[in-house]
Design a protein around this ligand. Structure first.
Ligand SMILES: Cc1cc2nc3c(=O)[nH]c(=O)nc-3n(C[C@H](O)[C@H](O)[C@H](O)COP(=O)(O)OP(=O)(O)OC[C@H]3O[C@@H](n4cnc5c(N)ncnc54)[C@H](O)[C@@H]3O)c2cc1C
Length: 371
């Protein structure tokens, strides 16, 4: 296969994973990032990698997620210690428990459990509060049970994104710390990208600009329904022992991360590109977490972060090479699952760039599903 000159726009997990897989195959990769690598959602996400339980999402989404989890396991082995930082990605198996507080929630969750209990790949168990208390004794008595998912994982999303980039760099990829203002097109195919007064020629362009992808592609007349959905996380220091599982309820969660802090979240705020933290979100997140884990009342707030998820109307990513001029590949819109899906998005995007068959079918993630 001839080697391509590829410009990737965006240094989040979607762009860095694509750079990693393209550079591994010897392609000439330049990544354009206007801020710094993983300085937005990919650096500040929780880093939960929860499997998609069948029948809770579309089969194609479930397949993408399952495939990506396999890649995560592989990356944790091959990237650990390989980058300039030499650090581990803090990829760990961390069971999740989806908590329920009333019979309506319990009936719905039990149905999911019963439909999938015989599939041992997820290690699902239905737990009463009594059983749950053997795993996490500090849960509020308002909880009546939960769905335990044994095959769930956590990673440090910043280290993962950076490590993929560092491996790409070792394969010869280069980074330009610049904003791309325009994608150049001639004769129906991309010819490069424009940053300020400079034009960089390329055979292919990957638009992986997170929630900014729609602005970027509007210049080409391509309407991409990706919008920013702000999420905030509060990190707490507590003298109490770390949580051995992550707990989930409504849109919220709590888990102890590899930094020893208990991370609680989150919000889903449609406030445009405003990525500032707010006191109102802090108070809501803390109130919700204390209601589930009363011991957190005594915790000390260490840090609060906010960042923007790239969200599509159907909460599925866009991975597409047929939506615009030849040579353009769009890779964005992973919403709340972008860290989990990132490696699969990267490998599939790289395949679309080079024209080889993708190891995972991404036809369900084309842009034209919205038309
Ligand atoms: C609070 C919170 C918690 C989360 N928790 C999880 C989780 O536990 N598990 C999970 O799987 N996912 C989680 N996510 C989602 C995940 O973080 C995102 O889906 C993912 O990081 C998106 O990656 P991305 O590369 O598409 O976008 P981004 O990380 O936003 O990267 C896009 C990059 O493009 C750059 N850029 C934009 N325009 C240009 C331009 N014109 N020129 C040059 N550069 C440009 C930006 O500066 C940015 O660095 C969470 C998100 C939030 C907000």
């Amino acid at each position: 296969m001839s080697k391509l000159k590829v410009a990737i726009i965006g240094g989040g997990i979607a762009g860095c994973a694509t750079a990693y897989y393209l550079s591994k195959d010897g392609h000439d990769v330049t990544l354009f990032e206007r801020d710094s690598l993983a300085s937005h959602a990919s650096g500040f996400a929780l880093g939960a990698i929860n499997p998609v339980i069948p029948e809770t999402r579309e089969p194609a989404y479930e397949a993408l997620s399952t495939y990506s989890i396999g890649l995560h396991k592989h990356l944790a082995d091959v990237l650990a210690g390989s980058g300039a930082s030499g650090e581990s990605l803090n990829f760990v198996r961390k069971p999740s428990v989806l908590l329920v507080r009333n019979e309506v929630e319990a009936t719905a969750m039990r149905r999911v459990y019963e439909a999938n209990a015989s599939d041992h790949s997820y290690d699902l168990r239905w737990l009463s509060l009594g059983e749950l208390s053997h795993i996490e004794a500090r849960i509020s008595g308002d909880v009546i049970g939960g769905l335990y998912i044994g095959e769930a994982y956590e990673v440090d999303p910043y280290k993962l994104t950076l490590s993929m980039w560092q491996a790409a760099e070792q394969n010869g990829a280069q980074m330009m710390n610049r904003e791309v203002n325009e994608i150049d097109v001639s004769g129906g195919r991309v010819t490069g990208v424009v940053t300020g007064a400079q034009t960089f020629e390329a055979d292919a362009v990957v638009a992986a600009a997170g929630p900014w992808s729609s602005q970027l592609l509007l210049g080409l007349g391509i309407a991409v329904p990706v919008s920013p959905l702000k999420g905030q996380i509060v990190r707490l220091n507590t003298p109490s022992p770390p949580m051995k599982v992550s707990l989930w309820w409504d849109e919220d969660y709590a888990t102890t991360k590899s930094d020893g802090l208990t991370w609680i979240g989150t919000t889903e705020e449609e406030v445009g590109f405003d990525d500032r933290t707010s006191d109102a979100a802090r108070d809501r997140i803390i109130g919700s977490a204390i209601a589930m884990l009363p011991y957190l009342e005594d915790a000390e707030l260490v840090h609060q972060t906010a960042c923007l998820r790239p969200m599509t109307p159907d909460k599925m990513p866009i991975i597409d090479s047929a939506a615009g001029p030849e040579g353009l590949v769009i890779s964005t819109g992973a919403g709340r699952q972008g860290i989990a899906l990132g490696p699969a998005m990267g490998i599939a995007t790289a395949a679309l760039v080079t024209g080889v068959e993708s190891p995972i079918d991404v036809s369900a993630f084309s842009l034209d599903r919205f038309s």
